[in-house]
Design a protein around this ligand. Structure first.
Ligand SMILES: *[C@@H]1O[C@H](CO)[C@@H](O)[C@H](O)[C@H]1NC(C)=O
Ligand SMILES: *[C@@H]1O[C@H](CO)[C@@H](O)[C@H](O)[C@H]1NC(C)=O
Ligand SMILES: *[C@@H]1O[C@H](CO)[C@@H](O)[C@H](O)[C@H]1NC(C)=O
Ligand SMILES: *[C@@H]1O[C@H](CO)[C@@H](O)[C@H](O)[C@H]1NC(C)=O
Ligand SMILES: *[C@@H]1O[C@H](CO)[C@@H](O)[C@H](O)[C@H]1NC(C)=O
Length: 416
């Protein structure tokens, strides 16, 4: 995959870097402006870049609890909680996106969604899907077993979300507010369509940020990758037991060495992400980009990505397509069964960005129309920015003002 173009880019990078670097002293890893990275003006050391969730939470002066939950298919998941002393406080579960972990909700200081909700008096829970750095164990499978990685977002919904929600319900005896971002929203929709009554009993409202449930890639560079996913899947299955990006594996190390620490490198790497998920120069934050980008690239299964590409191709929210022959064997029908979005009884609130290349207006409006009257109860909210992109829900400069403050207001409104 690392062909000559990449090599040339790298070479150019090195030339520019050697020319421009003035004096970025070692301890500083973030600067308030892009110029700062060359002049070392307004720069400082942000330890969040290389910290784990517990350290980040403690450094921000919140207490943290850690739990382990074993799913019914044997995966051991880590759940973090920023508890609120008040037993009356409402639980909220934050569920992260693909190639990420719950760290995503905690790395932009006091603008992080996790801390904002804790400040608002909620009992904040942070889920971690199977395969990520925090949830990488299983009762009897090893992380290097092909079977371990034989999952897609189907299992993330029907096992991981189900077990996490159930655990919170048992611990707090309250129904939870569920906030899913991208893949987190998809898994929430899998769970609540497969178990509509149980979900309605345990989840008060489901808020989806950039729900890629009916992922739509006509504007994204991802559409060109569709024909190669099956080949890639065979390759990753053969070479890497089905795991996409190993924790601190050689590929991640390579990407990090290419993407850090200078702005032209950061921007080059961001460029690939932008072609896939939306271009929005306006929301790039020089001060947090090195931290947010660094934490991207947690593990998932190639099967999850292939399943997403199947949804993008069929525009039908349905189970994994193994091909007619195996489908008949597994599902007793030649095409995979749908997840019935209309059967969802949890009320939803859907939030999208106008510049999102995978979960933009069309994807979200299609999703909205599949939901029943109860399911779509809290409607759709378009982020008030002309080109807010998929990744801006986590890395955007003004994400607090544009999205998180809206969520806080929305929750206050429905409480009364
Ligand atoms: C956390 O508390 C310590 C000690 O009171 C204080 O010095 C520090 O600034 C606080 N950190 C944050 C992020 O509020
Ligand atoms: C976040 O922290 C900064 C710097 O410490 C402070 O100026 C700002 O008011 C804080 N914002 C919020 C929303 O607490
Ligand atoms: C993965 O699971 C599917 C469906 O249960 C099965 O057909 C397939 O053989 C499994 N693959 C591996 C590598 O275990
Ligand atoms: C759980 O909540 C229900 C109603 O909200 C209440 O009737 C019940 O007693 C509670 N159970 C426990 C163990 O607190
Ligand atoms: C989906 O669920 C709705 C509501 O429960 C039901 O009316 C409809 O028949 C279901 N559709 C399919 C294809 O099962």
């Amino acid at each position: 995959m690392c062909n000559q173009t990449l090599f040339c880019l790298l070479l150019i990078e090195i030339l520019i870097a050697t020319d421009l670097i003035v004096s970025l002293t070692e301890p500083n890893n973030v600067c308030k402006t892009f110029e700062g990275y060359y002049t070392n003006k307004d720069c400082y050391y942000n330890p969040d870049q290389i910290s784990e969730v517990p350290d980040i939470v403690k450094r921000n002066n919140y207490s943290l609890e850690e739990y382990e939950v074993t799913t019914t298919d044997g995966y051991i998941l880590k759940i973090f909680r920023i508890p609120n002393g008040n037993p009356q406080s409402e639980p909220i579960l934050l569920q992260h996106a693909i190639l990420a972990s719950s760290v995503n909700f905690l790395i932009i200081g006091n603008h992080s969604l996790g801390f904002i909700l804790a400040n608002e008096g909620y009992d904040v829970w942070l889920g971690n899907f199977r395969g990520t750095r925090y949830s990488n164990r299983h009762k009897y499978l090893k992380e290097t077993d092909k079977k371990y990685w034989n999952f897609s977002f189907d299992e993330l919904g029907c096992y991981d979300v189900a077990s996490t929600i159930d655990f919170i319900h048992k611990t707090t005896n309250k129904s939870t507010i569920y906030i899913g971002y991208s893949l987190g929203a998809i898994a929430g929709h899998v769970y609540s369509s497969l178990y509509p009554d149980e979900a309605a009993n345990k989840i008060k409202v489901m808020i989806s940020m950039a729900p890629a449930t009916l992922i739509e890639t006509s504007q994204s560079i991802l559409r060109f990758l569709r024909p190669i996913w099956n080949t890639l899947q065979r390759l990753v299955n053969a070479q890497n037991h089905g795991e996409l990006f190993t924790h601190n594996g050689p590929l991640i190390k390579y990407i990090r060495s290419v993407c850090f620490p200078y702005p032209h490198q950061l921007k080059m790497c961001l460029g690939f992400i932008q072609l896939a998920f939306g271009l929005n120069e306006d929301q790039i934050n020089p001060e947090t980009l090195p931290v947010t980008l660094y934490h991207d690239g947690d593990s998932t299964s190639i099967k999850t990505v292939v399943h997403l590409s199947q949804i993008a191709a069929s525009r039908k929210f349905r189970k994994f397509d193994y091909g007619e022959f195996i489908n008949l064997d597994i599902y007793k029908s030649s095409s995979p069964p749908i997840y019935n979005l209309t059967s969802i009884k949890v009320p939803n609130h859907l939030i999208y960005g106008k510049g999102d290349f995978v979960a933009g207006k069309k994807a979200v409006s299609d999703l909205y129309h599949e939901l029943s009257k109860i399911g779509r109860r809290y409607g759709v909210y378009a982020v008030k920015h002309p080109s807010f992109a998929h990744t801006d829900f986590i890395i955007g400069k003004d994400v607090k003002m544009l999205v998180y403050d809206h969520i806080v207001e929305f929750l206050k409104k429905i409480r009364n």
